[in-house]
Structures are given as C-alpha cells and as structure tokens.
Design a protein around this ligand. Sequence first.
Ligand SMILES: [Zn+2]
Ligand SMILES: [Zn+2]
Length: 167
Amino acid sequence: MRLYLPEIVRAVEPLVREESIELKGVEKEVPQLVRLDPVRVRVEASEESGLFHVHAEQRTHATFTCSRCLSPFEKDLSGEWTQEFTDRADRADQDEIGFVEGDTLDLTPYIREAVLLELPYAPVCREDCKGLCPVCGVDRNRESCSCNTERIDPRLAVLKELQFPEN
Ligand SMILES: [Zn+2]
Ligand SMILES: [Zn+2]
C-alpha cells in the first residue's frame, strides 16, 4: 500500500485510503498459520511541518492449526497502529520517525509487522481445548479414552530413579 506524499501535503482534510492487501509468504514464517486472507486496511494520513502522521486500522481473517488438538480453526484478527514519517534525512533518526526516500511512502512493511504482532504465539481452537491424548492420540474434545495419563510430579520422578536405578 503506497501513499504519495505530495497528495497528503495538498489535502486539506486528512487523506483517507482503504485497500485490501495480500501479504505474501506470512504462512511460511508462522508454522501454525495455515492461511491468511487479504488484509483490509484503512489509513488516515496528514502532514504538519514536514512530519507525516499515519494512523491505520486493519482487519483480516486467518486459519490456524490448534496447538493442542491439531484441528484447523478460523479467527478474525484486527489491530491499529500509528507511525510518523519524514522525508528529511536529518530528522528521521529522532523518536522512531520513519524515513521516506522519495515521494512515495510504502506502508506494506508496517501492515505486515502489525499482522505478525496480532498472531497468537500458541493458537488454540478454544480456551478449554482438551488436546490429544499423549498415549493413544485421540482428540479428547470428541472422544474419551481410558489411558492413564496421570502426571508424575517431576520431584517424585527423580525419587523413583534414585530408588530403582537402571543398572
Ligand atoms: Zn484444539
Ligand atoms: Zn488415550
């Protein structure tokens, strides 16, 4: 998504743009992301004394693999961000102001970054997903099994090893 700086300067009211952006390759970077729909972005841009102010709202829809039961599930993602830009190299270093070389501001890297931040670290199909049985592998959300999956306290496990050494 590109904004033309002179157009922002000329605009009396903040410039509003809406676009649908296809982000390529995000699925390859995020293991549990199966599919990412195009991102619907609405930006508002204005300029004041050589400083460009951009506010973006974005939403999309994604398919993930649940990290507990491995089933696919869908989720809406949305977020917003604000960033300032300048086309003057001497000001760009200050206060995390983005530098724009030339007349065109490319917002796609910022949109992509915001989507990556919205992605859950360990996505789950629902908060109380019971996951797969570690012994027989059934999906415990759908079936129950009679496996003994009682957890051994790690401290007890150490005791057991002490009492019954392998050799
Ligand atoms: Zn699940
Ligand atoms: Zn089982």
